[in-house]
Design a protein. Structure first.
Lengths: 494, 222
């Protein structure tokens, strides 16, 4: 039973063809195969049970007949020659004679249910006597059997059920056999009809069942196809569309919900990727545009030496900015792509903080922002010293960048239960709450115009987050607009 | 010709001002959207150059507000964005043209010229009688003889020729030829008009610039 759905035809090879059957055909096929096997068993059982019941009825009749004949033999008359085939109960001698006088027309009456054929066979297989209704036909005989045997046979052209009973003498030796048979024409016809009905109805039932199952399966998976159709319509261009949820709260609804949330994440990722590309292009192209334009305007006309020097120095500063940006970008990419690991070792974190503050001294001095440190003289944690320095520098330079002159930046280090807490607090412009969740994204800037005035590119906190993650440090940021920002680093204490 | 540049990136704003001024444009600078928009609405500019991403109001919003105020000034976007939908978005918001960063300064100049000649179908060459003014090469000819002018004289003459047959009021001349830092002492116009008249007369173009007493000046074809 091979049912091809449209797209199956494209595939070659039976295995593939089977694998790519549509779901509804597969359901129908499996269901039908199971039913076919079951039905075949039931039909066979029915047929053989009926057959056995019918034949056991005949066999009982034959048994009765045979035992009557044997009982009817006059006692003490050994030898088969005197064996009387007639049944005293309902056959007189005349009747017997009458029967013997039947013409030999080659046709046995046999239509009568009561009629039995009898035949006496010697132990060597020689027919000794037979009932007149056999009319020259013989009953099939099989020599050498010591027990009763029931089987189907034919007497002339009439189908019969016959029994072969061995007759034993007083010495226990088999002297001959009594064969008795009854015509079973009606029974055979009925059994034949039954067989035919079963054989014809079987494929018809199976075929109907397959078609029905396929229709039902098709109906029950229609919602799935609706989901598929809806999902197929969603492409990169319309990622914001969603699969309509089915009304029933079933597996299909769960599937739709799952697909929708997947789409949500996908759209989010695309959006972030797009934002990243756009931001990266802005960050890289702005200094480029500035450089290119400045130099182009510079060479349009001959100018004073001082003018040249001033513009060239400006260009060098722009180049520095670009170099710094590219360095940061490459660093982030390296962290993200190569699975870089932190080289953890015992580090005196207090010492590193003091060193970082010292390195920021000139920047802090320019805006007249003192950086205070409060904490133990020395405190050991397990961390990567180079990464730690980078984290401190990024956080401190952010604090300086976004704080007004004459404000303060405070660094504290304190041990809590099971962890070590390092905080950096400034009195700067702060970060609006709705933007806090995005500040660790690459290139994210709270200031949407991406102004270069502060000198930031939006990569600093992304790097901090990445480095902190590598060292199992938890970073969190709390902030209030116009009040200040506090960055917390929580070190695990082992 | 007076141009307003709204750009927060100091490097870019500076070279734009330098380069455009060398091309005889009067250039005003605004470093954020709000002040840029105010300037664009208050003053009469011949062209706006607007960066897309500026603090305060975005470039797109500036563009929309300017159009909403009914100002039909040519507006060129400067943008680092290069996605097609961004460009389309910008042009639909009312921009006349856009240029992607980083750009060649010559290209910007060419695009500015395209926008400025929107109203003069003859192309870049401006003429009035025997006088012809070329804003690309900054050359002025009377017949076949070239007249040498200073940048300010050239700007003044170019403005008058562009608006020939129309009376150019003193205040409009100041607005379009001098930048915002110029204090409004309009007597400087008379000084430059005098220089121009002398040079034109010397070259044989006659007294093409006429005074409309109490109002301003006009150049007539005849």
């Amino acid at each position: 039973m091979k049912k091809n759905s449209g797209f199956v035809r494209e595939h070659a090879g039976s295995v593939q063809e089977k694998l790519s059957l549509s779901l509804r055909s597969r359901i129908a096929l499996y269901y039908t195969i199971a039913t076919a096997i079951l039905l075949a068993l039931v039909f066979t059982l029915v047929f053989f049970t009926v057959e056995r019941v019918v034949y056991s009825h005949f066999d009982d009749e034959l048994d009765r007949e045979v035992s009557e004949i044997i009982r009817a033999q006059p006692p003490g008359t050994p030898g088969l020659r005197h064996f009387n085939l007639s049944d005293d109960d309902h056959r007189t001698d005349e009747a017997d004679d009458h029967e013997h006088r039947k013409p030999h027309d080659g046709k046995v009456k046999g239509e009568d249910d009561d009629e039995e054929f009898l035949q006496l066979v010697g132990s060597e297989g020689k027919i000794i006597a037979r009932s007149a209704n056999l009319a020259g036909n013989t009953l099939a005989f099989q020599s050498g059997r010591k027990e009763k045997r029931y089987h189907l046979a034919a007497a002339g052209r009439i189908a019969v059920r016959q029994v072969q009973v061995p007759l034993t003498g007083t010495d226990g030796k088999i002297e001959g056999y009594l064969l008795a048979a009854v015509p079973v024409r009606d029974a055979v016809t009925i059994l034949g009809d039954l067989k035919q009905v079963l054989l014809v109805s079987y494929p018809a039932i199976i075929l109907t069942l397959f078609i029905l199952t396929r229709v039902i399966a098709g109906r029950s998976i229609r919602p799935v196809e609706e989901v598929i159709a809806a999902a197929e319509k969603i492409t990169r261009e319309n990622l914001d569309s969603r699969i309509p949820l089915p009304r029933n709260h079933d597996e299909l609804r769960r599937l739709s919900v799952t697909i929708n949330s997947l789409l949500e994440r996908l759209q989010d990722a695309f959006q972030r990727e797009k934002q990243f590309t756009s931001d990266a292009s802005h960050e890289l192209k702005t200094p480029l545009a500035s450089l290119k334009g400045t130099l182009e305007v510079l060479v349009r006309k001959p100018r004073e030496r001082e003018h040249y020097e001033e513009r060239i120095l400006f260009c060098l500063k722009e180049l520095d900015r670009m170099t710094r940006l590219i360095d940061q970008l490459l660093m982030l990419t390296r962290f993200e792509s190569s699975g870089m690991t932190a080289l953890m070792e015992p580090v005196d974190i207090a010492l590193h903080i003091r060193e970082a503050i010292a390195r920021m001294h000139s920047d802090a001095g320019r805006k007249n922002i003192p950086i205070s440190f409060e904490g133990p003289q020395s405190c050991m944690v397990s961390a990567d010293p180079a990464m730690l320095d980078m984290i401190f520098e990024n956080i401190l330079s952010n604090a300086l960048k976004y704080s007004p002159p004459e404000s303060t930046v405070a660094v504290t280090l304190s041990g809590g239960s099971g962890s070590l807490l390092c905080t950096f607090a400034d009195n700067g412009m702060g970060i609006p709450e709705e933007k806090l969740s995005r500040i660790f994204e690459r290139f994210y800037r709270v200031d949407e115009s991406r102004s270069s005035g502060t000198g930031g590119s939006g990569l600093g906190l992304a790097i901090v987050k990445k480095l902190a993650d590598l060292q199992h440090i938890t970073v969190s940021v709390r902030s209030r607009t116009d009040c200040g920002t506090m960055v917390e680093l929580r070190f695990p204490v082992t | 010709m007076r141009i307003l540049v709204i750009e927060d990136e100091p490097g870019i704003a500076r070279f734009l001002k330098d380069g455009l001024e060398e091309e005889y444009f009067a250039v005003d600078l605004a470093f954020d959207g709000k002040s840029g928009l105010d300037m664009a609405i208050l003053n009469e500019y011949d062209l706006l150059i607007v960066d897309w991403m500026i603090p305060g109001i975005s470039g797109i919003e500036v563009c929309r507000q300017v159009r909403k105020a009914g100002i039909d000034v040519p507006l060129i976007f400067l943008t680092a964005k290069d996605a097609i939908e961004d460009i389309v978005f910008g042009l639909d918001a009312g921009a006349s043209d856009y240029i992607r960063k980083p750009f060649a300064f010559e290209e910007l100049l060419a695009r500015i010229r395209v926008q400025l000649r929107r109203n003069s179908p003859a192309g870049d060459q401006l003429t009035a009688g025997k006088l012809s003014v070329n804003p690309v090469t900054h050359q002025v000819f009377c017949g076949t003889g070239e007249i040498m002018l200073t940048p300010k004289e050239f700007s003044l003459l170019e403005y008058l020729v562009r608006n020939k047959e129309k009376v150019c009021t003193r205040s409009r001349i100041i607005e379009h030829v001098w930048d915002i830092h110029f204090d409004s002492d309009t007597s400087v116009i008379d000084v430059y008009i005098n220089f121009l008249r002398k040079k034109l007369d010397h070259a044989g173009c006659g007294n093409i610039i006429q005074t409309i007493r109490g109002v301003g000046y006009i150049i007539r074809e005849s």
